[in-house]
Design a protein around this ligand. Sequence first.
Ligand code: THU
Length: 127
Amino acid sequence: MKPEYLQLVRRAAEARKNAYAPYSGFAVGAALLCTDGTVFTGCNVENASYPAGICAERSALSAAVSAGKRRFSAIAVAAGENPTPPCGICRQALAEFGDLDVLCADQNGSRCRVFSLRELLPVSFSL
Ligand code: THU
C-alpha cells in the first residue's frame, strides 16, 4: 500500500480513540485525505436519541467541507475485529463529492482492504 495510505489508516485508528459509542459499544474512526494533502479525521458520536448519532465517516466529511475542502482522494475507516466498510448512508454522503479510494481497516489499522467508492456504491443517487 502507498505510504500515504498507511499513514491515513493510522490516523483513522487514532481518531477511533475519541469515539463516543456508549450505546453500541462499536467505536469507529475515519481519516479523509483531500487532494491537496490535508487530512480531516472523525469518529462516531452517538446520542441517547439514537438517530441523532453520526458515523465517523460523515463526521470527517463535515469537518473537511466546513474547512472549505471538496476534493478528496481517499478515506480510511478503522473499526472492529475485521476490516469494516462504510455504511450505506456514508457511501452516499461521500459519493456527493465524487469517487475516492476507501481503505477499510480493522480497529488497530493492522489489516486493510482497499475499494473504490464506485465499487462500493455503483449506482448512487444524484440530482
Ligand atoms: N458507524 C460508523 O461510524 N460508520 C459506519 O460506516 C458504520 C457504523 C457507527 C454508527 C454507530 O455509532 C456504530 O457505528 C454502530 O452502528
